[in-house]
Design a binder for this molecule. Structure first.
Ligand code: NDP
Ligand code: HSE
Length: 427
């Protein structure tokens, strides 16, 4: 029997005992023994009381030392979220020779390198399959099944909350507030949903994907990210008219100078496989030399899907413990990190602009873009009130340097206002 401890007993954590019971025989065969929840850390006595009264028959503790000093506990499962005290508790567990499972992408994206070094130093495992795309086993797939392939680009719908919200807003006309409240009720959103809607949660996941797909540890500060809160109904309508769907997309790709990692609302052609990823579903679209294109699809959040990934880590660690094996690193791929130069990161872009509705304004606009050597793919004037007109431009590929320059040009131009701009993915 292998004893485990849970830190936190919220949405995901309470799914773990459920699965251990529901699939007990299958899990026992895979591990070669039973996984037993020996202790669960909760915040305080009143929470402990509440859980006991609700019928949870576990050994709840409020002092983490009761777990760290317990020699019989082999694996600690951190499911509290946030950076602290999770980082301290995980460090203590690793230093005490305990294996750790976590779903905490915030912590792993920012401090993963340090924690992995600590795990290595103490020859224990630190696994976190659930940290990216909840129920989709993407990290293990990249680390194991694609070892023999060279990944060139990873595109992902990586945040269930924002994808659920966008889907409801587009398909059912829900308000932003209504969609967010429902995502929170359903347990998809983080306790503070800012990270979900501002692209930060997806950026954490993109940073972790960089390690698994490209062996590069990127500093989280270098991940360019923006969220869904700036998307307007007019952009959604325009995307549809032009044959696109707007999604929050993580994009990790190789360029001539290095790795580009970005999360941004993106116009996806309706024919792109990621365009049909709706609701809380996530997907990671992999471009690689050997396989070509493949897509991994599934629920990116929610209690049971996420707990399935957590228990998968427990099973891997449990099997190795049973067999007396040296625990292998979750991801064995590492190479020097080189980040892309902005001139090597190219995309098409959608620009929504407001201009004065009079003769010569289109010409002025064309000159602004031509000055930066940006060429147009599509241009349309969508509406006007007699005074101003709304103009939409889809460009051919241009670099981040050109993007910065043209935004500056627009900001300083008379009678032109940039309403929004989004990345556009080619077919
Ligand atoms: P919840 O907020 O539902 O659960 C976290 C629990 O931990 C809460 O009960 C919280 O108590 C408790 N907690 C916080 N600090 C402490 C502490 N110091 N000691 C004891 N307990 C503590 O979060 P989730 O279950 O949704 O998420 C857990 C982790 O899984 C996070 O890292 C999240 O990012 C990740 N994740 C979540 C997914 C999901 O679908 N929900 C999907 C993929 C990953 P209190 O509420 O009182 O603060
Ligand atoms: N809040 C996250 C999401 C949970 O909505 O995708 C999964 O990481």
């Amino acid at each position: 029997m292998i004893k485990i401890a849970l830190l936190g007993f919220g949405t995901v954590a309470s799914g773990v005992p459920f699965l251990l019971e529901e699939n007990a025989s299958k899990i026992e065969q895979a591990v070669g023994g039973r996984l037993e929840i020996a202790k669960i850390l909760v915040k305080d006595e009143s929470e402990k009381q509440r859980l006991v009264e609700a019928g949870h028959d576990y050994h709840f503790v409020t002092d983490v030392a009761e777990i760290m000093t317990d020699q019989d506990i082999a694996i600690v499962v951190e499911l509290m979220g946030r950076i602290e005290p999770a980082k301290t508790f995980i460090s203590q567990a690793l230093a005490a020779g305990k294996h750790v499972v976590s779903a905490n992408k915030d912590l792993i994206a920012v401090h993963g390198k340090e924690l992995l070094a600590l795990a290595d130093q103490h020859q224990v495992g630190f696994y976190y399959e659930a940290a990216v795309a909840g129920g989709i086993p993407i990290l293990r797939t990249l680390a194991n099944s694609l070892t023999a392939d060279k990944v060139t680009r990873l595109l992902g719908v990586l945040n269930g909350t924002s994808n659920f919200m966008l889907t409801k807003m587009v398909d059912e006309g829900w308000s932003y507030e209504q969609a967010l409240a429902t995502a929170q009720e359903l347990g998809y959103a983080e306790s503070d949903p800012t990270n979900d809607v501002e692209g930060i949660d997806a950026a954490y996941k993109a940073a972790i994907l960089s390690q698994f797909g490209f062996g590069m540890t990127v500093d989280f500060e270098t991940v360019r990210h923006s969220g869904i809160s700036t998307i307007t109904p007019a952009d959604v309508t325009m995307a549809q008219q032009l044959g696109y769907v707007i999604k929050l997309v993580g994009d990790v790709r190789e360029t001539a100078s290095g790795l580009s990692v970005e999360v941004a609302p993106t116009f996806l052609p309706k024919s792109h496989p990621l365009a049909s990823v709706n609701g809380v579903m996530n997907a990671v679209f992999v471009e690689s030399i050997g396989i070509g294109q493949s897509m991994f699809y599934g629920p990116g959040a929610g209690q049971k899907p996420t707990a399935v990934s957590v228990v998968a880590d427990l099973v891997q660690l449990g099997r190795a413990i049973t067999d007396g094996q040296v625990i292998s690193a979750f991801n064995g791929f590492a190479q020097e990190t080189h980040l892309a130069q902005p001139e090597d990161v190219t995309n098409s872009y959608y620009f929504a602009l407001s201009i004065k509705d009079e003769a010569g304004q289109f010409f002025k606009l064309a000159q602004l873009f031509a000055k930066e050597n940006i060429s147009f793919q599509q241009v349309l004037q969508t509406e006007g009130d007699g005074e101003t007109a709304r103009v939409v431009i889809v460009t051919h590929e241009m670099s981040l340097v050109q993007l910065d320059r043209v935004r500056t040009q627009i900001a300083t131009a008379d009678q032109v206002t940039l309403l929004n701009h989004f990345k556009v993915l080619g077919v």
